[in-house]
Design a protein around this ligand. Structure first.
Ligand SMILES: C[S@@+](CC[C@H](N)C(=O)[O-])C[C@H]1O[C@@H](n2cnc3c(N)ncnc32)[C@H](O)[C@@H]1O
Ligand SMILES: O=C(O)C(=O)C[C@]1(C(=O)O)C=C[C@@H](O)C=C1
Length: 247
């Protein structure tokens, strides 16, 4: 994957535009997400391990909001279940183009990987096939809040018995002290990863209109309302968490 360092917000911008998954972001995305999301490498690798426990023979594994395909690659490294295939979906043309290149690279290095299809499209308009694993890795927070329940309902309907949704998100907290503490610690994490105060501040204003985190309680209630039977948090690092939701 690209090693280009993320300096997108390093210079003062007269006006900070809303964050978009465009070509500039695509070029630096592996560096950006690793330095911005505490626990990201652990979540991605273990998503493959978890998926291998839920994958059902002859079913589809979805990677929704696949970006450069980090989750898809982890699914292909870990899942050995007969007849499974991966469908990666993203609505950013720049992401999809680069994702296909990376997956071709993975195909040329390893044999017997699950077949994969990368679709450029809106996950809100997707006709789901019966699926055993659905990964939403830091994608739901970019979906308009009023669309989230219906999307989760459609995913629940598509899930086969024995399957699972794995949902990773940035969290907000109703307890103001807890929210302030974990937000400060997240800023410290970014600083420790080499981001300046300016970069941190400009990135914050770029994402505040486009990325709307929910609390753990909101996630749990919405997943239950969408028809999931059980919600199990399996990872949290600072204000970032990942949940398993069972059909
Ligand atoms: C933070 S990134 C996801 C990171 C990725 N899952 C990973 O683990 O590396 C969010 C992605 O969701 C995509 N996205 C946002 N809204 C979408 C939608 N409605 N349909 C499809 N993709 C969407 C964005 O283009 C972006 O690539
Ligand atoms: O919360 C932040 O400050 C972030 O940078 C988070 C986040 C994310 O969770 O997706 C936002 C945009 C980029 O895709 C990388 C990381």
């Amino acid at each position: 994957m690209s090693q280009e360092p993320d300096r997108l917000f390093a210079q003062p911008l007269p006006q900070v535009p809303d964050f978009a998954f465009n070509e500039d972001v695509v070029r630096v995305f592996p560096d950006m997400i690793k330095r911005s999301v505490p626990g990201y490498p652990t979540i991605v690798e273990n998503l493959g391990v978890l998926a291998a426990q839920f994958a059902q023979p002859h079913s589809v594994l979805y990677d929704l909001g696949s970006s450069l395909g980090a989750v898809t690659q982890a699914l292909r490294r870990h899942v050995r279940t007969e007849g499974c295939s991966v469908i990666a979906v993203d609505n950013s043309a720049a992401m999809v183009e680069r994702c296909r290149e990376y997956l071709n690279g993975q195909d040329s290095m390893f044999q017997e990987l699950l077949p994969v299809q990368v679709v450029e499209g809106d996950i809100l308009a997707l006709q789901f096939q019966p699926a055993s694993v659905v990964a939403l890795n830091f994608t739901l927070q970019f979906i308009a809040p009023e669309e989230r329940l219906a999307l989760l309902g459609r995913i629940r309907q598509a899930l086969l018995p024995g399957g699972a949704l794995i949902l990773s998100e940035k969290l907000r907290f109703d307890d103001l002290e807890e929210h302030a503490l974990l937000t400060d610690l997240h800023v410290a994490f970014k600083r420790a990863n080499g981001y300046s105060e300016l970069e941190i501040a400009q990135k914050r204003s770029a994402i505040e209109n486009v990325m709307k985190p929910d609390s753990l309680e909101e996630h749990r209630e919405r997943l239950l309302a969408a028809g999931f039977s059980k919600v199990v948090p399996w990872f949290q690092c600072l204000n970032f968490a990942s949940l398993i939701a069972l059909p």
